[in-house]
Design a protein around this ligand. Structure first.
Ligand SMILES: Nc1ncnc2c1ncn2[C@@H]1O[C@H](COP(=O)(O)OP(=O)(O)OP(=O)(O)O)[C@@H](O)[C@H]1O
Ligand SMILES: [Mg+2]
Length: 407
């Protein structure tokens, strides 16, 4: 079956939604091409799933030109790149039918390498064939040269209303009977990315007719957020993976907390070792992605975490034979953190006071100074009293912290 993103990809510029300003700019560019003027390459940039590649094809369509697509993400090795770009450089337009060249995802070209940029720049500045480029980010350093040669057109994240419009239209054409609430939920969860919204709609609709009914009921209820126990029940059912994924998207809980719930309940819900180990594998992958987000700030990776925690764990459970009623547990780490909250606050207070007196940070105190104080004071109570007085904390407070430190 044809993916709906392809089936409903607009062929004409006027059918691209939510990008009016950009389309106007593109129309002017097309007029210049039609008038036989020498045009700058067009660089369409913006977030994923907002219609950039679609626009490039629609441009060719409006002009009645063929399109030569070069996907720059595939050109990461130099030889291939030279071959393709070199070939283009010598390609003659005279006896060919008119065509435009599309460099898709041009920001994926390797940043280093003079050959690449000079070859590309040569083609871009020839001006004898219209060139369209697309990119997510044009403000990276290696895009500077290319950006300067081009006419830039910005595509914006799509608004929820536009996405709802497109989804409703597709739902009608495909005879998917989904309540508007569900469509809105998909739209608002897609972060302006229409491709992912259409894909979500399709995976939901293809789940089954029952599924659609089921969501009809959920969204009909006043309390729309699925509670965590229902989500866990679904994850550990090992059956309806797509439903699980969707249900999780309606859960109002931050992802770290959700991961803790899954972690805590894995060994309770999955008993046989092979499936349990597979499920842990998925949770650890989710954790790896979480630290990648922290390191790189790339929030796009967030969606993988959800997939690992829902589809991954659910599919691992589906291999397991164990079943039956499971009583889910509240994550123990959260309980522990709650019960030690006071102690941690005291420790923090002492660390802060020592830090102030020693002109260092609390971290240095925790790592280096506190163990030293503890070693000295464990044998010498007088010294402990003196230090407590000097840094301005109660003796008991310092003593209990010192006692808790293992030397
Ligand atoms: N503005 C839009 N109007 C109508 N449909 C759209 C629009 N944006 C995206 N779509 C739908 O989403 C699909 C993907 O869009 P497209 O490939 O153009 O995204 P893109 O901006 O090139 O994303 P990427 O940066 O990931 O390459 C299209 O096939 C189309 O179905
Ligand atoms: Mg694209």
């Amino acid at each position: 079956m044809l993916p709906w993103v392809e089936k409903y990809r607009p062929k004409r510029l006027k059918d691209i939604v939510g990008q009016n300003e950009a389309i106007e700019q593109i129309m002017k560019w097309i007029e210049d091409v039609r008038a036989g003027k020498k045009v700058k390459p067009l660089l369409i940039y913006g977030p994923a799933g907002t219609g950039k590649t679609t626009a490039a094809y629609a441009i060719a369509n409006e002009l009645g030109y063929d399109i030569v697509e070069i996907n720059c993400a595939d050109l990461r090795d130099k030889e291939k790149l030279n071959r393709v770009l070199g070939g283009l450089g010598s390609f003659s337009l005279i006896e060919e039918s008119p065509r435009i060249i599309l460099f898709d995802e041009v920001d994926a070209l390797p940043a280093e390498g003079k050959t690449i940029s000079s070859l590309l720049k040569e083609i871009l500045s020839r001006g004898d064939m219209p060139v369209v480029m697309t990119a997510n980010d044009v403000y990276e350093k290696h895009m500077y040269g290319i950006r300067n040669l081009a006419d830039t057109v910005e595509f914006k994240k799509l608004g929820v209303r536009d996405i709802v419009k497109v989804l409703s239209k597709i739902a009608t054409m495909e005879k998917v009977n989904l309540p508007e609430e569900a469509i809105k939920k998909i739209a608002s969860g897609s972060d302006g990315d229409l491709r992912s919204a259409i894909n979500d709609l399709q995976s939901l609709a293809e789940g089954s007719a029952d599924l659609v009914n089921y969501y009809g009921k959920i969204f009909g209820q006043r309390d729309r957020e699925a509670d965590i126990f229902r989500v866990l029940g679904s994850v550990f059912s090992g059956k309806y993976c797509t439903r699980t994924r969707f249900l999780t998207s309606t859960l109002d809980m931050d992802q770290d907390m959700f991961m803790r719930w899954i972690e805590e309940n894995l060994p309770i819900a999955i008993k046989d070792p092979p499936s349990l180990s597979l499920a842990y594998e998925y949770v650890s992958l989710a954790d790896i992605f979480r630290s990648r987000i922290v390191r790189t700030g790339n929030w796009k990776l967030m969606t993988y975490i959800n997939e690992f925690l829902t589809l991954g764990v659910c599919s691992a459970k589906s291999l397991s034979k164990s079943s039956g009623f499971v009583k889910f547990k509240f994550p123990s780490i959260i309980k522990e953190l709650a019960s030690t909250k006071e102690e941690r606050a005291e420790l923090k207070d002492v660390l802060r006071k020592i830090a102030k007196n020693t002109h260092t940070s609390s971290n240095v105190v925790r790592r280096e100074i506190l163990p030293l104080i503890a070693a000295l004071c464990k044998r010498n109570k007088d010294l402990m009293r003196k230090i407590a007085r000097d840094i301005g904390v109660e003796e008991d407070q310092l003593e209990s912290i010192i006692e808790s430190i293992k030397i």
